[in-house]
Design a protein around this ligand. Structure first.
Ligand SMILES: Nc1ncnc2c1ncn2[C@@H]1O[C@H](COP(=O)(O)OP(=O)(O)OP(=O)(O)O)[C@@H](O)[C@H]1O
Ligand SMILES: [Mg+2]
Length: 372
């Protein structure tokens, strides 16, 4: 029997749209995506997650039950992927399970914390595979933001010996990684990605997202409202910085739009520009000339968002958006593959964070290991 060499990455981001499962094998300098699976999140579970993510609902019982439910869902997602690919547990070296973030509070006056739930003991027991989880807190224990963690993976896979590259992930939150030819790497959250767009669309239309950005395209953006949104305190912070639902949520948005007599589609249109401008502003803060920008995450399917972003980047003399598929990885699977890679780092006792990105006092091995 050959040694197990498959890693499975499990990711459910701030959008809470689905559990992404990716099976990966690693060569010397490359990665092979063996197969993928999207697992639905039941509406009742999504509601519980959203409840736990909001200040005010601090129910330990709901927390503990949801922790188990997400663990079971992640185990089901893994088993569905393994069955689809005809993989047995003996072929899997480890699962990297990000878990579902319910709180993210970076360090400020006090130590920060970040809570990802999805009981890894249940995932190990139900799949028969080793599980790596709790990726963020070792970095935070060293004063880091605990986020973003994907830049180390981007660096290992997407660096170029002559080009300065930006990797842009448009998930619930947007984050960028800047890769320099000499191995230097920066990265930070730029602000909202799809989160406000999804929230407003779901509230006003009962649909989980604005397909292709068509609803936004039917409205007219309000520049005064955009300017007001751009006053958000997070946007003025200098990196290292990270954000979450605590900073950008529907309650905050509703307070902002209250005094503007705008239609819901005008607001969606303005929110699309808000996401665009925060991303473009983050990129414009990089002093080095940028040779290429490569995007991933569900936001790449929002045609309106991408065309507005290209317009904004061109006015700043920045290159237009390409997809990570042009440099070797399908944009829908970069995050899940990143957690497969981080699991490998943990198993091999190699560091996973980049202090230049998170602000931690040193590089450290990330995650706890749970054996079946
Ligand atoms: N056809 C589409 N049109 C518009 N938006 C889309 C489309 N397909 C996906 N999206 C957006 O992508 C989101 C999902 O993206 P993704 O899975 O990358 O986010 P995430 O789970 O928050 O990830 P992470 O936080 O890990 O970056 C959806 O919630 C939706 O907003
Ligand atoms: Mg997702």
């Amino acid at each position: 029997m050959t040694a197990p060499d498959i890693y499975i990455g499990l990711m459910s981001g701030t959008s809470i749209d689905s559990v992404d499962a990716a099976a990966v094998s690693f060569g010397q300098d490359n990665l092979r995506l063996l197969g993928t699976h999207n697992h639905d999140i039941p509406a009742t579970l999504k509601k519980a997650i959203l409840g736990l993510s909001e200040p005010g609902i601090d129910d330990v019982l709901l927390y503990s039950q949801t922790d188990n439910e997400i663990g079971e869902l992640f185990a089901q997602a893994t088993l569905a992927l393994m069955s689809k690919l005809n993989i047995t547990a003996s072929q899997v070296k480890a699962i990297g399970s990000h878990g579902q973030t319910v709180r993210h509070q970076p360090p400020g006056i006090k130590n920060g914390f970040s809570q990802q739930i999805g009981n890894p003991n249940l995932i190990a027991a139900q799949t028969g595979c080793s599980v790596v989880a709790d990726f963020r807190r070792a970095d935070m224990a060293l004063g880091g933001q605990g986020a973003p963690l994907v830049p180390a993976f981007h660096k290992s896979l997407f660096s170029h010996s002559e080009q300065v590259r930006i990797i842009l992930n448009i998930g619930g939150i947007s984050n960028i990684t800047i890769l320099y030819p000499d191995g230097k790497c920066q990265g930070f959250d730029t602000g909202p990605g799809n989160m406000l767009l999804d929230g407003w669309c779901s509230k006003n239309r009962g649909e989980p997202y604005d397909n292709g950005g068509e609803w936004a395209s039917s409205g007219t953006p309000s520049i005064p409202l955009l300017n007001q949104l751009m006053q958000h305190r997070f946007l003025d912070l200098t990196p290292p910085k990270s954000t979450g639902r605590e900073d950008f949520n529907l309650a905050w948005l509703e307070k902002q739009v209250r005094s503007y007599p705008l239609s819901p589609e005008d607001i969606q249109s303005t929110l699309t520009l808000f996401t665009v401008e925060t991303i473009a502003q983050g990129m414009a803060s990089i002093s080095a000339p940028i040779d290429g920008i490569f995007a991933c995450g569900g936001g790449v399917h929002n045609a309106k968002l991408i065309s507005e972003l290209n317009l904004s980047l061109s006015t700043r003399n920045l290159p237009e958006i390409n997809l990570t598929s042009e440099i070797g990885l399908d944009p829908d699977w970069v995050e899940a593959c990143a957690f497969a890679w981080l699991a490998k780092q943990r198993v091999e006792k190699k560091v996973g964070n980049l202090p230049s990105v998170t602000g931690a006092s040193k590089a450290v091995v990330l995650g706890g290991l749970y054996l079946p």
